[in-house]
Structures are given as structure tokens and as C-alpha cells.
Design a protein. Sequence first.
Lengths: 563, 233
Amino acid sequence: MNSIMSLLTVSSPPSEVDWASKSYLVVDDFAGVRQLLREGLRSLGAKNIDQATSGGEAMGLLGRTRYDVVLCDHNLGEGKDGQQVLEEARLRNLVNPSTVWIMVSAEKSIESVMGAAEHQPDAYLIKPITEGVLLARLNRVWKKKQVFRLIDQAYAEKDYLRAARLCDEQIDASGVHEIELLRMKACLMERSGEFEQARNAYERVLAQREYQWARAGLAKLRMANGEYEQARQIFEGVIAENPHYIDAYDQLAATCQAMGQFEEACAVLERAARLSPNSVPRQRNLGTLAFKLGNIALAEKAFRKCVAVGEYSVRKTPDAYFGMARVCGLKNDPKEALQWLAAAQREFGGEQGSLGLRSKTTEGLVYHESGDYRRARRSGDELEALLRERADRPDIETCMEMATLLFAVGVRDAPVDLLCYVIRNNHDHAVLLDEVQKLFEKARMSEEGEELIRESCKQASDLMNQGVLLWKTGKLREAVEWMRNARVALPNNQRILFNAAQVLVSHMQKYGFDAALAQEANEVLLQVDRLQPGQQRFAQLMEQLVALMPKEEAPAGGAQQAA
Amino acid sequence: MDESPRSHELFLFLASTAHDMKNSISVLSGTLERLLADAPPAAPAYPHMAHMLNQTRRLNNQLMQLLALYKQVGTSAYPFDMQPIEVGQLADQVAASERVLLQSCGVALEIDCDPRLVWHLDEDLIIGVLAHAIHNAANYTRDRVRLAIAEVDGCLELRVEDNGPGYPQAMLEAGVAAMTGLGGVNFLTNSAGLGLYFSSEVAKMHRHRGRHGTLGLENGGAYGGGCFVLTLP
């Protein structure tokens, strides 16, 4: 049991992984540290080492080469920081799931505490880095990736139930990975809408230790179950215990919002933004909420910060630009508002399908709010023309905003069509139906509105019921065809989408696997998961679908097993 | 906290300077380790380089401790990061980071632990505490240091023992003071005060079911010298 210095690594033999054959990227703005890291890696036998002095340079190299290991300093001076490089590399798929990403920093930061950030590196290293610690963390990450390899693969295929079973198979015998496997299982169960099982996994963690993420996980489940008050209390407890657990603030704010406590939600987000200001989504949420509450000064501060933080971030959002335009409108400065809209067009023009619609809507609202009704009407007419040019419609929120503007400037048919579209695609969403009815009332169309809503709901359920009837009577070919057409008419109706996937799966279960049908079912399911994640029916259908797939010879990405 | 623009500016300077200092010390200590690892121990420069490494690591430990204290280690304001860690990996990392330093002053390190034992702790903080304790022991021992980690009465006991003459009475009292928070004066006058204070704050941050970690100094142990004992619930 005893071992003397010279037999240093008793518990992890160095021969475990062939680190010499791997490719490395070292990112640090300080030449001395780059050299030190390079020498450290060379002493592991590494020959293939690239280096970058800035986030931008790192992105260039990551775009050309798939590295096995990335050692990236968090603080890179001007431009992107290490976290932004990581986020962009992951979102643009420039790194493999097997890539080991180690974030290096001078000191422990609140963002580095486990579970605080959405895109976590595989490990953090605090300077000064010694070879021994570097090797130990590399080996540990490698081992963990081996344990999670099949789970991550199932997760990437969105077969959450299979991934959860794979977790179960390893939990008892896993020792040091038990907590992380339970965490993964809880997350998978949450995404599958199996809240009771998610709760069990979190409780198992808490029976061992008071991990704040597990406690917060219980609160999230309460929230999903509509128990907002209980969720609020747990989140507040987590924050009292650990004031730097930032995720709890964001969740607490969402809970307050769900309870209609917007002032409280805004105050919570403001605190979180003070502690950890460099998050695009947080600043955006804060700005939006403050704007809704009429706190224009706070909204402006948050939107400006959101734009600044987003400058080098792949997560930058046009929302902040539109928000700034509205703020300028309320400050009676339509000229600057238009500049923000132009900036949004410049920054995001190529990528966002609904950008033109949103930009035109915001323009109209800005004119309307600053009292220039003539120009507001012109924007409304132009928006109407834009809508005539295209068949597809954007997300609910944008549709509602467009309808609001169009009614305000005196247009009738276009907003009615938009609202009917919203209803047909969400015919069983009671809260939304109320909101739509309120818009009708504001436009002095109460009775007409009620009738339109009733009619739209009926159209949707008729389409669905006919499909269900075909399915139940075993006319699967006809059912597939019917649901396909229903989907064209109502592309964002979740119940239609689920039923469409169901008939496709049933068809394959009866007549055998068909690559085109499987592909179609997969797309339909991904669409519904985008609209509203965490539904039981999604996970169940996904599992049935994946089970129909012919077994592959070998798992993809054989390089992962190269060691 | 005072949020005047000036104090914010000062804070940014402190943060970026600390970052720079860390980089410089990293490079210094890394270069010295490399030079020492390649140099024959009989070379005339060897003891000088060993001394330089010793002092550089001392600077580093103190800077690390000061930064942690600045970040209010010991209070809930510190970004405490508990994770399940295998005790063997913890010991390996401590040993690896102290390897060249110990070799250069001719001290052998013995590790005694069940490598598969898993405990929940903030790895970076505990490595910092143990590295400091081993460095300190290396300065007072004759030729050996022992790192022993075991589960004792439901707690994890981490012992750093040496075969030197043991702690003088004043140090043993400073150890008690570090834990009780009494006799702060002792601390400031004692050169080991910062390290002990830091270690005791780290110990206290580790809490579980109403218990928290403790720090103790004693004489005896396997070698009959000084013992630094960190106990975590």
C-alpha cells in the first residue's frame, strides 16, 4: 500500500493513454505561458502542437484542424475570451465529442463552478500549471469520456431513454463517476418528461452530499410541475447557501415570472447580472423584462451590455438591437432607433429568417410610440407586403408583435390571419388563446375574435381527428399521407407533429424500416422538441424510432477509441 | 462593497496584475523545474537553483493564498467547487507538483492512501493546502515527508508528517489559534500565519451534515516529527 516518490503514479499508470500521438492546440496571449505549456506537453511526448495568441486566431485554427486536446486560457486580452472560443467551437461543431477541452485561468472564477455555465470545458486548471496536475486532469477527463461515450452518443441522437438506461447500467459500479452519472440521468429524465425519475436521481445525490445543482434540480422539477411557490423557496435557499450559484438566479427569475411577479424577477436578474455580467442571454432577459416594466434606464443599460458582451460571442442576438430601438423610440429619438435597426440588419441580415419582419415591426412600433402615426402606418403597410411575399410564419412571439402593430396602425385582415395562424398551431394552449382574445378586444373585435378562435381551433382538431381515425382503423399509408398534409397546413402544431411522428413510426413497425420515413419522423420530432423541450411523448417516440433503425456496424467516430 | 468608479478601476488593476503575476511565477517556477530536472545534482549551480525554486514556490503559495483570501475564502462569497474526487488522484497531483522541489532538496515523499477512496471536496483548494503543508514540512524535516490519507470516524483525515524535530510550542498554539480564530496577533507575527489561516478557512468551508473540516498541528505521527492534520467531513 505504501509507495515512495519514484513510483509516483500508483493509481493512474502513465501508459494508460497515448498522449504522445495526440494533436494539441495551446491558446494563451502570454508567450511565456505558451512556451511553458508546450514544453509540458512535449515532456508527455507530444509532437503535434499548434498555438494561438488570441481567440480569433484560435477560431481560425479550430476551423482547419480537429484537435484531440485544447488548452485554452480564459483571459485572452482583446477580442474573444476562452469561454467564447469554447462556445463557438461547440456550436459550430469544430470540436469532436472526444476532444478534451481544458480551460486555464489565473484564479477560480464563479463561472467555473460546476453547473454554472451552459457550455462547460472538460476541466479547469488554475495557474501555475505543473506537468503532474496537467497529466492527472488529462487522464481523468479521458477516463470520464470513456465512461460517458455511449451515453453521450445516445444523447446526441436524442434517444434520451436509451441514454438513461446506459447511465443506470454503470451507476452502481462507477465509484467516482456515480454523482456525475446520476446528474446526467436526472437531466435525461427531465428532457424525457419523466419528472418522478429525475427527482429520484437528484434525491440519490442529495442523500450523499448537499450538491447545490441537485437541490436546484429539484426546484426545476417543481417548476415544471407548476409548483412555483415551492420552487421559489428552494432556489432562494440555494442562493442563500451559495450566492455564486448563478444558474439559480436565472431559474428563480423564471419562476417569479411564471407567478406574474415581474418586479421580483427583474430584481433577481439584476443581481445575477451584477455577479456575472458577461452572459448574452441574461442581459437580454433583463433588458426585455425591464422594458416590459417600463424601467427604460435599466432596459437600456442591459441591452447595451448585451450588445457589448455579444460582440465576440457566437450567442449574440438581434433581440438586444431591437430592444435598443424600442428604448430609443420611447426616448423620442427615432433617428437613433433606426440606426439600431440598420445595425441589426448589418450584423444578422444573412442568418435570421424572420429578421426583416421583426425589423419592420419594431420600426412601426417605434414610430407609433413616438407619435408619428403617418410613418407608423407606412411601416405597417410595408410589413403587410412582406408577409404577402412569403408563406411561412415566424415564432408565436413575433406573430403576436406583428399583429399588435398592424392592428395599431389600422390594418385588419393581415393581423387577423396572423392570429388565426397562431391559434391553429396552438389550439390546446389556453393561456395563449386568452392573449390572442385580448388582442382582438383591443382592436374592438371581441365577438368576431371569439368566433375566429373557435373556428381556428375546430379546423386544427378536425385535421387531427381525421388522421387519428385513419391510424386507428389501420389505414397507415393514408394516415401518413394525411398527417403530411396536415403538417404543411399547420407546421408548428405540437399535437399534429406528435401524431405525424406516431403514424410514421407505426407504419414502419408494421411494414418495416424505411430510411426516408425514418428521416421524416426524426425531423418532425426534432421540430416538436425545439418548440417545447421536455415532453414525455417526444422521448417515447424517439426511443421507438431509434429502436427501428438497423444496427450500425461500429459506433461513429472510431478515433475516440484510438487509445 | 464600495462601488465608486475609482474602487472599480482599482479592482480591475488588482485583478489584471494578479493575473500577470501568476503568469510570471508560472514561467519562473516551470523554467526552474525544467533546469533542475535536467541538471546533475553535483553541478555547482544545483543548490542555488534548488533554493530559487524553493523561494519561487513559496511566493506562489503565498500569492495563491492571498488571492483566495481576497476572494473571501471561508465565506459563502468564495466560489467553492465541491466534486467527488478519488483520493489517489488527489495524492498523485500533490506529489507531482512537489516532485522536483522535494528531489532538489533531497527529501523523499511517501504516500499512504487507498487510491480508490472517493471523497467530496474542492480539489484545487485542497491541493493548495497540501502543497503548502508539504513545502513547509520539507523545510523542517530531516529527509522524509509522508502524505497519509484515510477515512477516520466518518471523516477524511489528510496528514502531512515529517521526521524533523517537530513543531515548537508556539506553532502548536498558532495551529489552535488558526482554528478557533482566537489570538489573531500570533498569526500576524508568525511567518507561518498566512498558510495556517488559509488552511483553516479551507477546512471550514468543507461542511457536511452539521460538521465542518478542522485543522490541527501536532508532534508524533509515523516519523515522530511534525504533523499537519486536515480533517474533512
